[in-house]
Design a protein around this ligand. Sequence first.
Ligand code: NAD
Length: 257
Amino acid sequence: MMNRVALITGSTSGIGLGIAKHFAKEGYDIMFHGLENNGGEIAQSVAKEYNVKTSFSNANMLEAEAIENLVKQTIETFGGLHILINNAGIQFVSPIEEFPNTKYENIIAINMNAAFYASKAAWSQMKSQNFGRIINISSVHGLRASEYKTAYVAAKHGVIGMTKVMALEGANHNITCNAICPGYVKTPLVEGQIKDQAKAHDMSEEEVVEKVMLRKQAVKEFVPLKAIADMALLLAKDSSTTITGTSFALDGGWSAQ
Ligand code: NAD
C-alpha cells in the first residue's frame, strides 16, 4: 500500500513543522507548505532523514486560487491526499478602535477562510478514496476570548464551527474533521508576541511569560509541540473514524475555568 499523504499548511515553521516531522517519522509522505525561504531545504532534509516522499509549496493562503492549486499539486505529486492539516496562521493584537481593517481581513482570510478553501479542494479526492482526515489547528482562542484579539478569536471560533459542519458532511465518506485547540506553544509566532508584550508592559520577557502569557493556563508551561503532533497523529489514524466534529483543548487547563 502507498504511504498516506499529509498536506500540512504552514509546515515550514513552528507547530506545522513539528507535526510534519512527527508524521514523517511515522512513514507519512508530506507536502510541506509555508512562506519560509528554506521550505525546499526542510522538505529535502525530512525526506532524507525519514525515508519518505516530500515536496514543498509556498502558495499564498490569502488567495483562494493558490490554495486550490496547492491541493491539486499535492494530489498530482503524490497520487493521493489523505490527511489535510489546516495550520497556517498569523496573529495581530490591537484594541478594537485601532484595529486596522486590512489586518482584520488578513487574519480571517489566512486563519479561517484558507481552511475552507483547502478542505473544499480536497473534498472530492477524499470522497473518492473513502478516506479523509481534516485536522484544523484552532486555538484555545477558538473556545475563549482575550482582549485585543478580535480577528484571531473570531477566526478561531469560526474554524470550530466549520469543523462541525465538515464532520456532518463527511460522515458518509469516512472523512472526519476535528480541531485542536492549543494554549501557548513556544513558536516564532509566540516569540514575537513575547517581545511585543514586554515592550507594551515594560516588563522583562521572563515576566511576560509568567504573568501575562501563561496567566490563564493552570499548568504554567508552554504546550509541547509533541503533544499537539501526537494528538494530530491519533486523529489521522484509520481507526479514528468515529472521532469527528470535536475540539480538543491542549491548553494546560485554560478552558477548564
Ligand atoms: P508560525 O508563525 O511559527 O507558523 C505559521 C506558518 O504559517 C508559517 O509557516 C508561515 O509561513 C505560514 N503562513 C503565514 N501566513 C501565510 C500566508 N499568507 N500564506 C502561506 N503561509 C502562511 O506560527 P505557529 O505558532 O506555529 O502557529 C501555527 C498555527 O497554530 C496557527 O494557526 C496559530 O494560530 C495556531 N496556534 C498557535 C499557538 C501558539 O501558541 N504558537 C497557540 C494556539 C494556536
